[in-house]
Write a protein of this length. Structure first.
Length: 430
């Protein structure tokens, strides 16, 4: 396995080092890759084969933009492995329940995601795609060190064969199941002493807190955040605790979409994913993705619910890959009051400007006019923090012309094991 990875790694290193130094070069590269992808992969998909005309696809007018719901509805016809949704779901649910992690059909790993919307998704990944993913993450994010095997602690929602394949001469991977109670996870990691820590940011905050409280003592040289939006205040807290700059991987079940460069800018992986923006205003967009590295379950013109904000100034690293100022948040992170939308980054920025005395907080919109706010802090400063939050929110809501909002406060942030914890979220449908 290592041999195979090594080949892939060096192959990719050469391939990806190919200078995509201009937008034109990226467009040419994508056009070539898309043509190969259409011929080799999409023609094998019952769903997509019907859009094949003559020598290729009409990418602009022919192939439809697809949502997660439609993607799942057409699961059987979209995938190229002749796996049905019913059998994949049965295998995935069984693996989740028994936690034996053998969720495979015909050598294809079945992944189950609840996603941010809470809707169930089934994803297929085969061995080749796994190796590619590993090579890409290694290439893009992890800095290998020669002559020293590095320990990597990976915090995941559930294990899968995806990650079991990574152990090699360069890395020793240990997987931590975030469904397990936090004290046990912390203890295990403290014994393991990872050099590289890869985890969703909500767990990284817990780890940093434990380090500050001297419950654990680790000295990671690299910290990678993935799977959730990394908020600026969390980044600062984690970076200050461990005295390093974090790397961020923008990855969702649908694919590996981007990573931060050495200058800390998030660049989208346009060398293997075509990203078409569906603009919200002149800065923000919903990405529509076509991943031409996938072949077991083609992800084509798939509309994500993430909101990305484009970076206007070019990045000093010289890459022409689209640079993102930030991932603003998921659709359901946007608070909506009588049709007026308030974006989560605005709220978290205002709060960050006013105070950082909390260890964490969560703002949840539970009805059209109710916000439930949890703040984790020492009890003696909770009342002060509460007043600061009220002042920030009152001012912001007033600016947007939103009135009569009721707040309720708690001196804690409720954790639901394994849930994607987000600072700001909306639990009602408008
Ligand atoms: Zn850059």
């Amino acid at each position: 396995m290592f041999f195979k990875l090594q080949i892939l790694y060096f192959w990719l290193k050469t391939k990806l080092a190919y200078p995509l130094r201009s937008r034109e070069a990226i467009a040419r590269w994508q056009a070539r890759r898309l043509a190969v992808f259409a011929k080799k992969v999409l023609k094998k998909s019952v769903f997509y084969a019907r859009y094949w005309a003559g020598k290729g696809f009409d990418w602009v007018a022919g192939v439809p933009v697809i949502s997660k719901t439609e993607f799942m509805k057409n699961f059987d016809d979209i995938n190229t492995q002749h796996i049905t949704y019913a059998e994949a779901l049965a295998v995935a649910l069984n693996a989740e329940e028994t936690r034996d992690f053998k969720s495979e059909i015909k050598g294809v790993t079945i992944g189950l995601s609840t996603g941010t919307s809470g809707k169930r998704g089934i994803f297929l990944v085969d061995a080749r795609e796994r190796a590619l993913w590993v090579a890409l993450v290694m290439h893009r994010v992890i800095k290998p060190r020669l002559f020293k095997k590095q320990k990597v602690a990976f915090f995941l929602r559930a294990n899968s064969n995806l990650y079991a394949s990574v152990n090699s001469a360069l890395f020793e991977f240990r997987y931590f199941d975030i469904f397990k109670p936090l004290p046990a996870l912390l203890e295990g990691m403290d014994t393991f002493k990872p050099a590289i820590l890869a985890s969703p940011p909500s767990i990284l905050v817990d780890i940093a807190t434990a380090q500050r409280n001297k419950q654990i003592n680790i000295q990671p040289t690299q910290i990678i955040s993935f799977a959730e939006v990394l908020h600026e205040s969390d980044r600062q807290f984690i970076e200050a605790t461990f005295q390093l700059k974090m790397a961020e991987v923008y990855q969702c079940t649908e694919g590996f979409l981007g990573a931060t460069c050495t200058h800390g800018t998030m660049h989208l992986n346009e060398d293997f994913v075509k990203i078409e923006p569906e603009w919200i205003d002149n800065e923000r967009f919903y990405p529509i993705i076509t991943d031409f590295s996938r072949h077991s379950q083609p992800v084509v013109k798939y509309r994500l619910n993430d909101i990305l904000q484009i970076k206007k100034a070019p990045c000093a690293c010289g890459s022409a890959l689209l640079a993102i100022e930030k991932i603003v948040g998921r659709d359901d992170d946007v608070l909506i009051f009588g049709g007026i939308k308030i974006y989560p980054d605005l709220i978290s920025r205002r709060i960050a400007q006013s105070t950082d005395a909390f260890s964490q907080y969560a703002i949840v919109q539970t009805t059209e006019n109710t916000l439930e706010i949890g703040i984790e802090s020492p009890t003696e400063i909770f009342e002060d923090l509460k007043q600061i939050f009220i002042a920030v929110l009152d001012k912001l809501l007033q600016e947007f012309g939103v009135q009569s909002i009721t707040y309720s406060f708690e001196n804690q942030v409720l954790h639901i094991a394994g849930d994607k914890i987000r600072k700001i979220k909306r639990l009602i449908k408008n």
